[in-house]
Design a protein around this ligand. Sequence first.
Ligand SMILES: [Zn+2]
Length: 563
Amino acid sequence: MTRFIAPLLFLLSLTVTAQAPMVPTDYFDDPLQVPLALAGTFGELRSNHFHSGLDIKTQQREGLPVYASAEGYVSRINVAHYGYGKALYIQHPNGYTTVYAHLKNFSPEIEAYIKKLQYQNESYEVEVYPNASELPVERGELVASSGNTGGSGGPHLHFEIRDGEQRPMNPFMFGIEIEDTRAPIVSGVYAYPKGENAHVNGSAQRQKLRLIPQQDGSFKAEAIEACGEIGFGINTVDQLNAAPNRNGVYRIETGANGETLFQANFERFSFSETRHLNQLIDYGYYTQNNSRIQKLFVEPSNPLSIYREVNNQGFLNVKDSLSYNYTIKVSDFAGNERIVNIPIEGKHRNDIIEDPSNTTEFFVPANTGAQFESNGIDVYIPKNSLYQDAYLDISFEDEKINLHEDVIPLHTNISIGFDVSKYKPEDREQMFIAQLNKWGNPSYSTTTKDGERFTTRTRSFGTYTLARDTQAPRVVPVNFKDGQWISGNKDIKVKISDDLSGISSYRATVNGKFILMEYEYKQNLLTHDFSDNVITETKNQLKIEVIDNVGNTTIFESTFFRK
Ligand SMILES: [Zn+2]
């Protein structure tokens, strides 16, 4: 009888002990005034990071009014080509900061403030920290309109709530409510035997378990035989009622026979740890299958702060001839749960085929790092850029290095150097270090040139080679022609693109005077808005200089008339 009720008790006790940080629950309002629908939730697993806020849907369009979530003052404005695009930060008197990103533009007052700075700095990209008296805002005051700027895959508002140390927190904890009656979805569960003689169904390798759906919505895995330290992993997402997007879950707990093994909560993290997501997931599985298995065990090299109660690093120690029921409970913020039960029979085996330990001559101890060199190419892997000791597969070819495969996560940059002494200085100018993707296509890897040596820093393994870009960028007018009257235009637009190394910088003038052009990299578009009121003459000589990453320059010139 005891055995039977124990799993239930464990689930109950965890629900009671999971303490959320104390936060105000009626302080922050939804910053949009449309029915709340989300494309992304807090803690969602993204490429090299956890999602730090809510992605609020904006009805597939730009330009929805964005309102201050609470009173405060604009404490930071950042305009960037990539990342958050146009972003606004509001500091609130209770110590929290709210963030509004991928904006189309700001309210007229803030827009004027930032335009002034952009013309002063002669740059679209600017960042500024106004003081408390410059741009105060009331709760519900219009501060911006929603957009799709920066690294945004479609119109939406990215909204964050950060604590006093600028750590993003789960906005749901602050009482922002959304309908959610759907339980998290579990699409895969895996077992990971760890250490000598550990096995699952006779194998020392990761095993996918077969899940059998139960009447009550839970899953029961096909019983496994195992022995030794066994960890588990899960593919899981949450869905909300208002949209079909696959979002992040709120909490994952595991236990066996009444003992808690593991609990992770997506409530708060710091930006300095967000890249350690690659330690939460099975990184090699992800890069090869484009699917994220979250590990339900915590390796010693994993410093993430999302874990609460963790015993034996989350591993279950399976002993010969004992029975276990391992349970996974996945919850969303609304409290909907999905439970997976995994029956395990402990069975010792002597015939376990261990992982074939792939040794190579390129061994990297994680805590000391290593350096290798051949064929005029060198690679430097600093200490602690790897999470675990590894034997790397490296081959040095002519002007090309195959540096393992992108199946091991790198936490910090490694550097790769190429000897280019055999090239004349003028030939070196158009050369750069490229990373080749799996189809062999080169992409620019930021290259530092120091005489006869090129270096690049990177956080992914793969193939790197020398490449050459001989083509200057292309500049093509979109909504005007040379010599044309364009009094009716509200803006001028040109497309800029580069065939290989990519756009490095651009600068536009009219009659010798700087004009602001906004760069939207996703559309290769540069736009000047005439409402800036800096173009006042009838005859206008437009000049746009565009430079690629190796210094090839295009100067586009055109005349237009306005009155
Ligand atoms: Zn977002």
